[in-house]
Design a protein around this ligand. Sequence first.
Ligand code: CP
Length: 301
Amino acid sequence: MSIEPRHFMDLEDFEPEVLKKILAHAHELKAQKFNPPQILEGLSLAMMFDKRSTRTRISFEVGMKQLGGHTVILNVGDIQLSGAESLEDTANVLSRYVDAIMIRMSDHERLEEFASYCKVPVINGMTDKSHPCQIMADMMTIEEKLGGVQGKKITWLGDYNNVTKTFEQAAPIFDFELVISTPEDIAPDIANDHVSYRESPNDAVWNADVVVTDTWVSMGQEGKSIEKFMPYQVTPELMSEAADSAIFMHCMPIHENEEVSPAVLKTPACVIYDEAENRLHAQKAILAWCMKHAGVTIGAE
Ligand code: CP
């Protein structure tokens, strides 16, 4: 009997209760970080990249090893996929060697096609459409810092990109208010009633619990003009419009004096390193959920 692999492609694919259970397990695994349970013992993860990465690559590699598993790193340019070999053959062959595959692939549709051929779980390590592992770590960080996500006001400033789009998916799932503030010419079509748009960054940030931004020049957009984004730079003055307990988040890498001023990074509101650490714990929980077919249990289940 064949078992359908548990892919982790997009947050909108999930019932809220599943994602909340994965997050609960992530907190459990963080509490056990010096004595991690060996729940992935003997299991292998292939990690494929067609773009550079620091956090995604290292956190998945260390996370697998902490839980007793191991990893194989594949740069797309170094394997036959970058030549004539098909997605289908690559997917079928990898499915015979490893227990799960994490991929950073620019083209989301190509990632979905690849996953459709795989017999083992595929995890989206970021595409041009979405970055679900990042937002799981962000939800975990907000839970840690503010005691929960439900009912919070999260303000996104600057560019409208794959990370913004994943926050949009997350808003109805985790029941928070998302306010997006970008230059008017790239204002998004609002996707759901948990999301709104404000052109004015001051209006958007007013009384926010979380202020979040990202680079204005995503990978592959080098050379793009950033002039129109300058009013959306997160500064101490802008942060002072947010709630007193507000936190500042950024998925990194950061471009100081572009999307954020260095002064904000020196304040207690800045939680970027906890956010980066939580990639590790959130992804361990995602790996555990995906590898249920291999007998892995998630948390207290
Ligand atoms: N935030 C993030 O995905 O970082 P990397 O590009 O370094 O993996």
